[in-house]
Ligand binder design. Structure first.
Ligand SMILES: [Zn+2]
Length: 114
């Protein structure tokens, strides 16, 4: 994702949209507030994940969080881990998976659905 600041966003909005935003803000900013609330909700849902190995809740901002995307391009899987230990445990388990033993404790998300 691009790291855009509000300044950049405002710069890139066309004049008509800006007028609409100003009008909205002048009347209490309800539209903008709803819009932002929805976006925050969406992103929190996106980040509300648990570790694929140990199941503990993952803090999205934690520097220890590891995300692994694997599988073929049309069948992507995403796994998130609370730390490197859980990631390497998972990788050792995927070796077993290749041998046909699907570990039951794994909780793997579809890459397109958080
Ligand atoms: Zn873990």
């Amino acid at each position: 994702m691009m790291d855009k600041r509000l300044r950049d966003v405002i710069d890139s909005i066309d004049y008509y949209e800006l007028l609409k935003m100003k009008q909205d803000l002048d009347t209490g900013g309800h539209h903008l507030r709803t819009f932002i609330n929805k976006e925050i909700e969406n992103r929190q849902r996106e980040h509300s994940v648990s570790c694929s190995t140990c199941g503990s809740h993952i803090e999205p901002s934690s520097p220890n969080t590891q995300t692994l995307i694997f599988g073929s391009s049309d069948f992507k899987k995403k796994a998130t881990f609370c730390g490197k230990d859980c990631l390497s445990y998972f990788l050792s388990k995927t070796e077993e998976m290749k041998k046909g033993q699907m570990p039951k404790t794994m909780n793997i998300h579809d890459g397109n659905q958080p």
